[in-house]
Design a protein around this ligand. Sequence first.
Ligand code: AMP
Ligand code: MG
Length: 418
Amino acid sequence: MSLSCFDLGERMLSVAEACEATAALAVAPLPAEWQPLAHLHGRVLAESLISPIDAPQNTNAAMDGIALAWPARETPPESWPLVGEVFAGRCHPTPLAPGECVRITTGAPLPAGADTVIMREQLDEAAGRVRVRHPDRVRTGQNVRAAGEDIACGATALAAGVRLGAAELGLLASLGLAGALVHRRPRVALFSTGDEVTAPGEALPPAGIFDANRFSLRGLVAECGGEVIDLGILPDDQPRIVAALAAAAHEADLVITSGGVSVGEADRVRAALAEVGELGFWKIAMRPGRPLACGRLGESGTPFFGLPGNPVAAMVTFLQFVAPLLRRLQGVRDAWPRRLTALAGEALASRAGRVDFLRGVLESDPEGRLWVRSTGRQGSGILTSMVAADCLIEIDAERDGVDCGQPVTVQPLSDHLF
Ligand code: AMP
Ligand code: MG
């Protein structure tokens, strides 16, 4: 049974239940569009790509040297007549007869009849003949790249749902494909809420706080492949919030706010949100990160997340719940955060009954084992802990602290959150 945002009520949810319910907000990936190669970085394939050619096209030399047909059994000749040369970009016009060789450069197609390349450094050349210094070391077929050995014509080069990074772009280009069908980027409307929240660049009022969340969330949205619609800061004012949410629901694929959902503020914002959509307000058994509002807005049913105001909590909840949804909207199949296991380099505090997400730093020892330490103070307003971290340490709800040396789950943080 899949959970919906709305039938979860007021009880404390487990992280797993919250993940399942938020996943249900993206029923299908966004529509596909064709984009040229130069615009494909970070996009997600909407269809599997079948190679239209053998890559490489020809069986070719992997080294500079000579190409020849190496005799399988009988003793090879002392020296070989050099009957021509073939450079990259050219084809040798005639087949090689047994006992003949041609000079060849890396990438040049092997002439018909040749099967082996011997590198230049292992040859002596005089009077139009070539002597192989160590014939005993030559293996038939050496230093040759077979046609289609990277990808054969008709084979699946890249599967639908793959995110196109540097290597994938190189592969696409190597097949001569000038573009590909990818899912549209999600448009993400973003605003901060709070009378105290002040835009950077403005004077900080005596009881003000600079708007950190809009900028950390902008970064996270971009790293997840989304396009940001920045709607600024809203005061704690119900009609303003209602109007902004209703407008955002029209132009965005996902709407995110931060702040205004904590106890005491919840009622006012809840009332505002209830006017524009169907929303659940959750307490999730995790730290940092509660509470969270989640649901759909307006007639369009645009997915919505009301993230906590505390800056670390906003980022952690984004990473757990919003990032997977953004990946799903782009057609990524394995959308959950990547998890590894590391050994605790120190005792880590956590409480049973909730998932604790600590900010951590990874290190590997000479034996190749991965160790993780906490970044230090872990308050949900300590944004420097996110700066210092290269992973989140995820301590499950069953555990009451982690002893030094025990294994623990980590979620690596990176610039690309796919
Ligand atoms: P709230 O959920 O609105 O009660 O906010 C919880 C805490 O996060 C409060 O201390 C807020 O001042 C702070 N906060 C809310 N929004 C932001 C923001 N955009 N940037 C930095 N801190 C914020
Ligand atoms: Mg607030």
